[in-house]
Design a protein around this ligand. Structure first.
Ligand SMILES: [Zn+2]
Length: 411
């Protein structure tokens, strides 16, 4: 099959491809776009007009000219449309409204019990999505898409959770279909640690194509970006490091039925158990974090050892995947540098010198907003793809023809 670059079967088709040259934010003139793409001036003019009609692109003043009327300059307008995202944890949720650059326009945090089931939780999410739009004076027609992160494995193509251990009633539940009863936009669902990896990458490591985000909280999970792509695996369970056996983990029992799992040694409840045995009043990961923040020596010691145990599993991952960045997030990583120090100690000792030569091991910069930011990135890469922008262009060309626009073709 052959495709022609300059001739489109439908007016506007090809605009999505042209949009990719504006997407990174640099304003460009029609001449610059023609030079970049090799397309004719008239094709560029038609496609720029189609993009202007969608509102995704606008004129941003005139470029410098050596004489005569300066040519118009065009730029992507990320504020033109919105994205709604939700990062659902076991007991808390963060919801956000963003623009198409992932900037968070507004957000809310609330206690939410994931075990109350999908119908109850998603009705609550929809209600709060509507209130986020309303209190920011954004009509739902501005909405480009929605993404939701959940604390369990998800089949990415359908957005359905796959046997999530801490989400009773959610197995195979149609999350996108339920949300789409209220919002007629694409709805994407992913594992919470995967979206945190995307959020952290976009905020702090935009050049890193090989990044691992490790969440250390009640459980331990990893979001893997390799070759610039999120790695979800065949069933969406890639990165579930909590149940990898730790060298020397011996016979410590884990809730999964095995022994010596990383989570049984270094997860929040395990650390709380160790401290409780020493007489400290702690039961959760948050309690352990608070105790360490008070410079309690026992808490610092268990966090440092947890870092070493996590590091022993990560050292294998480093040899396998050769990331350039490992980011540590989650409640236990943010209580001082203790977990990170333990991870560094073991990873640099046990991974191959070549794999660690340029390896950065750092704390999270996005903190607890990594999830909602990353969910926004998931929507953005979906709705700003060439194909999706073409669809938007076609929607606009059929719903409102603009005779005024066709008169101001190429200058
Ligand atoms: Zn286990």
């Amino acid at each position: 099959m052959t495709t022609t670059a300059t001739k489109s079967p439908t007016p506007g088709t090809g605009a999505g491809e042209l949009f990719q040259y504006l997407r990174e934010g640099t304003p460009r003139t029609r001449s610059e776009l023609a030079a970049l793409t090799g397309l004719s001036r008239s094709t560029i003019a038609t496609r720029v007009d189609a993009l202007l009609d969608t509102g995704l692109v606008d004129t941003v003043g005139a470029a410098l000219s050596s004489g005569g009327r300066p040519p118009s300059t065009f730029a992507f307008v990320p504020q033109s449309r919105t994205v709604l995202t939700a990062d659902l944890g076991a007991a808390h949720a963060i919801l956000a409204l963003t623009d198409l650059a992932g900037n968070i326009l507004d957000h809310l945090r609330a206690d939410m019990d994931i075990t109350s089931g999908p119908e109850t939780v998603l009705a609550w999410v929809v209600e709060n999505f509507l209130s986020l739009l309303q209190r920011n004076n954004r009509d739902r027609s501005t909405l480009s898409g929605i993404a939701i992160g959940v604390p369990g494995p998800v089949e990415h193509t359908t957005g359905r959770p796959t046997k999530p251990p801490i989400m009773p009633g959610w197995n195979d539940f149609d999350i996108p279909g339920t949300i789409q009863r209220e919002f007629d936009v694409p709805v994407l669902v992913d594992n919470d640690v995967n979206i945190m990896a995307l959020g952290e990458q976009s905020l702090a490591w935009p050049q890193a194509e090989n990044l691992m985000f490790v969440k250390v909280a009640t459980g331990i999970g990893v979001g893997i970006i390799s070759g610039g792509q999120l790695q979800r695996g065949a069933q969406g369970s890639a990165g579930d490091l909590g149940h990898v056996q730790v060298p020397g983990g011996a016979d410590i029992p884990c809730r999964c039925g095995n022994t010596g799992c990383l989570e049984a040694l270094a997860g929040g409840p395990a650390l709380a158990g160790k401290l409780a045995a020493q007489g400290h009043a702690v039961t959760t990961a948050a309690d352990v974090g608070r105790l360490a923040e008070k410079n309690n020596t026992a808490a610092i010691q268990v966090l440092r050892q947890a870092g070493r145990d996590i590091g022993s599993v990560l050292a294998m991952c480093v040899n396998l995947l050769n990331p350039s960045v490992i980011v540590l997030g989650g409640r236990l990583s943010t209580a001082g540098e203790h977990v990170i120090a333990g991870v560094r100690e073991v990873v640099y000792l046990r991974s191959t010198p070549l794999a660690t030569q340029h390896l950065a091991i750092a704390g999270s910069a996005a903190h607890d907003m990594a999830g909602v930011r990353g969910a926004s990135m998931l929507v953005i890469s979906h709705v700003l793809s060439a194909g999706a922008v073409d669809e938007l262009v076609l929607d606009h060309s059929t719903t409102r023809q603009s005779p005024a626009r066709s008169q101001e073709k190429a200058s």
